[in-house]
Ligand binder design. Structure first.
Ligand SMILES: [Zn+2]
Length: 130
């Protein structure tokens, strides 16, 4: 995959304040506030920064955590995973492989068959209805 490299100044212009804080500064949106939390339409969730396809609507489930949750990525090649030890907790950060944007975290308490729970900020996503 061809990675994109954009300066922080340019990201600030391309993204909304909220998207910038999450994608580039690794912030987390408050739970139960994101626009895609209850979205049940069919389509593809893409990276809000670079439109890289990340998740299919079929893999979205209601985790009760307050963030859009998925049990699978479209492809393991669309994301990067990184150990995150901030806030004194061991977590796995999920980043867009194409633009390096912070998307959220992945946990091992998801539903079968994958057992994964990708906990993703709505503001890091762009939904393309199919
Ligand atoms: Zn991206």
């Amino acid at each position: 995959m061809k990675k994109i490299n954009i300066t922080e100044d340019k990201w600030k212009k391309l993204l909304t304040d909220e998207q910038y804080k999450i994608l580039r500064k690794k912030a987390t949106e408050p739970p139960f506030t994101g626009k895609y939390l209850d979205n049940k339409e069919k389509g593809i969730y893409q990276c809000a920064g670079c439109k890289n396809p990340l998740f299919l609507s079929d893999t979205k489930f209601n985790s009760g955590t307050g963030w859009p949750s998925f049990n699978k990525t479209i492809s393991e090649d669309s994301i990067d995973k990184k150990l995150d030890l901030s806030r004194g907790i061991k977590r796995t950060e999920v980043l867009c492989k194409k633009c390096g944007g912070h998307l959220g975290h992945v946990f091992d308490d998801g539903p079968k068959p994958t057992g994964k729970r990708y906990c993703i900020n709505s503001a890091a996503l762009y939904f393309k209805k199919s």
